[in-house]
Design a protein around this ligand. Sequence first.
Ligand SMILES: Nc1ncnc2c1ncn2[C@@H]1O[C@H](COP(=O)(O)OP(=O)(O)O)[C@@H](O)[C@H]1O
Ligand SMILES: [Mg+2]
Length: 368
Amino acid sequence: MTSFASVDDVAARLAEVGYLADRRLATTVFLQAELGKPVLLEGPAGVGKTELAKALAAATGRRLLRLQCYEGQDETKALYDWDYGKQMLYTQLLREKIGAIVEDAGDLREAVDRISAQDSVFFSERFLAARPLLEAVRSPEPVVLLVDEVDRADEALEAVLLEMLAEQQVSVPELGTFTAAHPPYVVLTSNNTRDLSAALKRRCLHLFLDYPSAARELDIIRSKKTGLADALAGHLVDVVRGLRGLGLRKPPSISETIDWARTLAVLGATELEPGLLEDTISVVAKYEKDVERAAAALPKLVAGEEVAAENEGAALRGERDRPGRHGPGYYGEKQQPAPGDEHGRVRQVSTSQGARSFTANLGRPRRA
Ligand SMILES: Nc1ncnc2c1ncn2[C@@H]1O[C@H](COP(=O)(O)OP(=O)(O)O)[C@@H](O)[C@H]1O
Ligand SMILES: [Mg+2]
């Protein structure tokens, strides 16, 4: 069984594979399966965005295909490429055969014509290197396609992605069009380092995934069998939530709570004692400033007292979270980058990017 019977069924089957989803997330997953729409998860690092795609694959028995996005990535890493090394190897091994083809050619032009008549041999499926997007539509069995950290991808790649999501097909000019036999479950994640295009958001079921409630985070910690007693784990979750409220540059995520629980269990903690937490604070705070501030706040947090947030960390994060590198209008709203603003500058995209695309769509506007 691959599709889901109900929202509860989603939650139960994800839980079976170790992923604890809240109601809103389970509903979104149910809808994506029913409506065949991609899910776009935005939120801070470490709240379970990537993990959801893995859990969805495990829960439905689907193979997981992952496209990890990064700046400067082009279509040859996302759609497909030709296996140049294999082509070269074959031409080496077949040197004599190829020699025979051009042997009695009258001149260079004729030799080239004869070789190019053999193109279809070398630009055939045998030499096609499918990347995750093509692999997802070409797969004979249903898959989960994870497009991870899509906010790092460039505009050209985002356009390619949009087309693939809209058409559920990929065209390779030399071979034809591949259409998905089974629409993949698509999960896109974004760490919010920039805004995504309005068109992409429109196409997806969009969900902002934030840090979990205290109860759910405790459930997650318990489910990971960290070895820390439940009462201590509950207390630890409260302390971590307090740390998140400090406005640190990198607030601790769920994985860090898990790591901290494991660390404390290994050290045989029987109570949450500020000194012990301070000794292990580097498990959850990753910048020197954060370590200092977190350590200073620990006694109060352990005692359950409020600690006022400082804005320094938030400002630093804000710095990174400025609208991305695309031009005005890209985000579906008027947005004017400051003059000389490095992040606001429109990035130059090479003309070859976007060429390897969807012949079925040629001539049509790329985005609505
Ligand atoms: N809902 C959840 N249920 C179980 N584990 C979770 C959940 N959310 C996060 N985790 C844990 O937190 C870790 C980090 O999550 P991850 O998906 O990598 O974060 P990100 O949002 O940055 O992609 C996971 O490896 C997993 O152990
Ligand atoms: Mg991730």
